[in-house]
Design a protein around this ligand. Structure first.
Ligand SMILES: Cc1ncc(COP(=O)(O)O)c(C=O)c1O
Length: 397
């Protein structure tokens, strides 16, 4: 008798750790992107206006004309020498610390660093502390290794280090702590300098590794950000960075900088995922960085995102009811809207019918909280549609 390969059969064949919601959340956000009839504040995607199309074409022409080999070949797992120099030099210039040779790995984007950390450090039921709310992809990544994801409080100054200290004193013993200190996803606020220093001290006292996700660090609207956690505590911090929001995400590229013992393990793990980050993206980044094109692009990106953000905040001011409040981002892609007494899961469903999309807050908490909040992303949406989208949301509320 033949077995029926229906969904129940595939469910039975799937590994236990993949059952339940491991990847569905992000997939549903990505699915919204394909809908042209919806004004979307949903995905945390960079604006296409920022993509360096001509410059990328110029570089590709140069590679072809110059008989370039490296860009088309496999690369060492750590990354190609020139691109590694470019990343190290940029870190030194922007964060005041240059990673030693053994402290740096070129990754295939920020999410890969989380995957490699999970593979290298997490056994089932190990504890990973996250600020709540946090990046959905991080929650899902740690969960895919069957870790226990433990939330600590988060406020307008970032991760609540006092809450963390109390929890540690009461016996919480994480292996890893994951935080997004700059223009956080999903709330759009940054960790204060005092708290940064205190967090590094706690990592040293209690012996856990801090994962510092700097996906939005270079996208501040004004001035320099506070020191990175990695620059304060290179002995206890692994910084995961990405070029997805500063160059473009079509080449999956990023970096991991941290203690050499940690980076060694990530390199071993990477040999079993993709072996190396794509050489073409590495070389495009290297040449762009050398010519000052990354900084140039960033300057224009920051101005664009600032304009979009200000427009969205003005629209919120006009359209939202008294019971709503929202964060005022100074960089990044997101504002966090909270409306007391509203079920935003239901609201998000109704909103799609009205042609507007945003992500309900519950997706960003590991414990189902956040039903009164929505993440509003202003990065991808065209400027002209912001007012209309927020007005529709306002009238629904
Ligand atoms: C905080 C954060 N980290 C990492 C990522 C993923 O970056 P990458 O495209 O480099 O994998 C994102 C993307 O949305 C993000 O918001």
């Amino acid at each position: 008798m033949a077995v029926a390969f229906d969904s129940a059969r595939w469910e039975a064949l799937a590994a236990a750790r993949t059952r339940g919601d491991v990847g569905d959340g992000i997939a549903s956000v990505l699915a919204l992107l394909g809908r042209t009839d919806v004004i979307s504040f949903a995905g945390g995607f960079p604006a296409p206006e920022t993509f360096p199309r001509e410059r990328t074409a110029t570089l590709m022409q140069e590679f072809a004309a110059g008989g370039e080999l490296a860009a088309f070949q496999y690369a060492p797992t750590r990354g190609l020498t020139g691109p590694r120099e470019a990343f190290a030099g940029r870190l030194e210039r922007l964060q005041g610390r240059r990673p030693a040779e053994e402290e740096l790995l070129i990754t295939s984007g920020g999410i890969e660093a989380l995957e490699l950390l999970g593979k290298s450090f997490l056994d089932p039921r190990d504890v990973v502390v996250v600020e709540a709310p946090t990046y959905l992809g991080a929650i899902q990544s740690f969960r895919s290794f069957e870790a226990t994801v433990a939330p600590v409080a988060f406020d307008e100054q970032g991760l609540d280090v006092d809450d963390l200290q109390r929890r540690l004193a009461a016996g919480l013993r994480p292996k890893l702590l994951y935080t997004i200190p700059d223009h956080q996803n999903p709330v759009g606020v940054s960790l204060t300098a005092d708290r940064r220093a205190a967090l590094v001290d706690l990592a040293r006292s209690y012996g856990f590794l801090v994962i510092e996700d700097v996906a939005y660090r270079e996208l501040g609207f004004d001035g320099d950000p506070p020191p990175s956690l990695w620059s304060i505590g290179p002995d206890v911090v692994l910084q995961a960075g990405t070029t997805s929001k500063t160059l473009f995400p079509g080449v999956r590229l990023g970096w991991a900088a941290g203690p050499r013992e940690v980076v060694d393990r990530l390199i071993a793990a990477k040999q079993l995922t993709d072996q190396c980050a794509g050489a073409l993206g590495q070389r495009l980044f290297e040449e762009s960085e050398r010519r000052g094109w990354i900084d140039d692009q960033l300057e224009r990106s920051r101005a664009l995102y600032r304009r979009k953000c200000e427009r969205m905040l003005a629209a919120l001011e006009r359209s939202m009811p008294e019971s709503a409040h929202w964060t005022t981002p100074r960089g990044g892609f997101f504002s966090w809207l909270t409306v007391a007494g509203v079920d935003t899961v239901e609201l998000a469903g109704l909103a799609v019918e009205e042609g507007v999309a945003a992500v309900p807050g519950t997706l960003f908490f590991p414990d189902g909280r956040g039903a009164d909040s929505l993440r509003l992303s202003f990065s991808l949406i065209s400027e002209e549609k912001i007012d209309e989208g927020i007005a529709r949301l306002g009238s629904l509320l």
